[in-house]
Design a protein around this ligand. Structure first.
Ligand SMILES: [Zn+2]
Ligand SMILES: [Zn+2]
Length: 135
């Protein structure tokens, strides 16, 4: 688990974020994350809620019960999410982070929902569901 100061920003720069490690890093192949980000797979960096600042704080978006997401109100970049089955953790969208190159995923979540043409050649564990037991 990397001990990191984590910083990032949205596409347009109107919303910035900061957090600090230790961080858990995982891919999510679920259809909700896919639709929200528009990407075939999402990578997330999980940190303690109390370390996270979104500046200025966007309004929360909640569509699926137990899941809250935050995006930049100006450009729509997905920034962060919380999942009720992962209490105390906020998950930051990897693509917005300045330290993305050094935050290496250790797990695939919802591997059963992965797109059939997507082949990530690693030996990481593949959880068929959320992986909340190990995150
Ligand atoms: Zn923005
Ligand atoms: Zn997901």
């Amino acid at each position: 688990m990397p001990q990191n100061e984590i910083t990032g920003r949205c596409y347009c720069g109107a919303t910035r974020l900061s957090a600090s490690g230790p961080a858990s890093v995982a891919y999510c192949h679920c259809t909700d994350c896919r639709r929200w980000t528009g990407a075939p797979v999402t990578a997330w960096v999980g940190v303690a809620d109390a370390t996270v600042a979104l500046m200025p704080a966007p309004a929360p978006i909640s569509v699926t019960e137990g899941v809250t997401r935050w995006a930049c109100p100006a450009c729509g970049s997905p920034l962060a999410a919380r999942f009720s089955y992962l209490p105390g953790q906020t998950w930051l969208a990897m693509g917005t982070l300045d330290q993305a190159a050094s935050l290496t995923p250790t797990l695939h979540c919802y591997a059963g929902e992965a797109l059939p043409w997507l082949h990530i050649a690693d030996d990481l564990p593949r959880e068929q569901a959320s992986g909340h037991e190990v995150l």
